[in-house]
Design a binder for this molecule. Structure first.
Ligand SMILES: *[C@@H]1O[C@H](CO)[C@@H](O)[C@H](O)[C@H]1NC(C)=O
Ligand SMILES: *[C@@H]1O[C@H](CO)[C@@H](O)[C@H](O)[C@H]1NC(C)=O
Length: 370
């Protein structure tokens, strides 16, 4: 028979074994929750280095070898300004060809029966045989941006934060052109002429990186009632080479501003319009700042800044540095004002219908609330 004393000793023994087992089991499961011994993404997480302590010394030196260089790279990237990171990711080479891409975005793909821009969409394909032509939906756009900007988390955060489709659509066009280049055009836009005819043959394409059009050139005293800028460049159709500094600058500015507005919790209001935030006003400002930036242009011999005066009333393409500005007729034919000629004019290249989500400026200003 078991004496009371022996029973106590057994009980104490079992209790100790039980507690020891539980403790070591607890440690094991905690280790498991830290993930597999070799992290899949060596560079992220574990800033404290705590994970390393739980491995044997051989394993941890192996891990250190694996992760230290990666982390140093990452820190170098961290030290860079957003602008420099974008330049590093997508360098600009003016001598490359304009890539044969056409990028468009819409709620539906052309295969969907709700898609009602068949004619417009087809005009781009017809005018550009051999080009890769993509109509990208919001769902696909997210994945594409995550892929292209995996190394620039600020961009991913900003893209996610933008609360309205019009803002995402504006941002997307700059992002895709910065990363891949080619032509971006709004879905409600007809291609009247091929992009190969936009630029006069005498202008060498290796000296160009960006082709833009004029949205508005309101030469009247009350222009401010109608437009944000005296000359406004349009952003419904843009052609660029990847990495162009103008795109780098606008992506950098919109990203900073988005993250700021996210912190403030207010994205769009009467004072903070879409036009100024992601639309033609900021687009126009970025382009003029580029023209007047002595990092890119030698200003020592110029008599004055480049301003709307250099583009008002132009009737043929004007090249400034590596940018070509097309006359108002090219991207805004048939508007019946501001000197724009008809869609039959030889300089008429695309016809924008203003039927998409993204509306003309006058409509954009109305009812802009958060
Ligand atoms: C722009 O216009 C100014 C005068 O307004 C002139 O001095 C300058 O040379 C022009 N620049 C270009 C590139 O046309
Ligand atoms: C020219 O442009 C630069 C940069 O935008 C600006 O700082 C400067 O004040 C301008 N000068 C004139 C005369 O407008």
């Amino acid at each position: 028979m078991l004496s009371f004393k022996r029973a106590l000793v057994f009980a104490a023994f079992f209790l100790t074994v039980f507690l020891l087992l539980r403790q070591s089991h607890g440690t094991t499961s905690a280790d498991e929750s830290l993930g597999p011994p070799i992290p899949k993404k060596p560079a992220d997480d574990d800033k404290s280095g705590k994970n390393l302590a739980s491995y044997t010394s051989d394993e941890s030196s192996l891990l250190r070898q694996n992760r230290v260089p990666a982390r140093e790279n990452l820190q170098d990237m961290h030290k860079m300004s957003l602008y420099d990171k974008l330049a590093y990711q997508y360098p600009y080479d003016v001598e490359t060809k304009f890539p044969a891409y056409i990028w468009q975005t819409w709620k539906w793909t052309p295969a969907n029966k709700e898609f009602d821009f068949r004619e417009q969409e087809a005009s781009w394909t017809e005018q550009h045989p051999g080009f890769i032509h993509e109509v990208i939906t919001d769902q696909v756009a997210i994945h594409l941006i995550r892929l292209l900007y995996a190394a620039v988390p600020e961009v991913l955060e900003a893209y996610d934060a933008l609360p309205e489709p019009v803002l995402k659509a504006d941002y997307f066009r700059y992002l895709i052109l910065l990363a891949r280049g080619g032509i971006y055009s709004d879905i409600d836009t007809f291609a009247i002429k091929s992009a190969s005819e936009w630029i006069p043959d005498k202008v060498p394409k290796e000296s160009l990186g960006l082709v833009i059009g004029i949205e508005a050139d309101p030469d009247r005293p009350d222009w401010m009632e109608w437009y944000s800028r005296r000359i406004q460049f349009c952003q419904w159709t843009i052609q660029s080479k990847p990495g162009h500094p103008v795109l780098r600058d606008i992506v950098s500015r919109i990203t900073h501003e988005t993250l700021k507005r996210k912190r403030e919790g207010l994205f769009v209001s009467k004072e903070k319009s879409v036009v100024e935030f992601t639309g033609p006003a900021i687009w126009t400002d970025v382009i003029f700042d580029y023209f007047n930036d002595n990092r890119y242009f030698d200003m020592s011999h110029s008599k004055g800044n480049i301003s709307y005066l250099n583009f008002t009333g132009i009737e043929s393409p004007k090249k400034v540095g590596d940018v070509v500005v097309l006359p108002i007729t090219s991207f805004s034919p048939g508007v019946g004002q501001m000197g724009a000629k008809t869609v039959d004019d030889p300089m008429a290249f695309v016809k924008h219908d203003f039927e998409g989500t993204w509306k003309p400026e006058s409509e954009r200003h109305i009812g802009e609330t958060n």
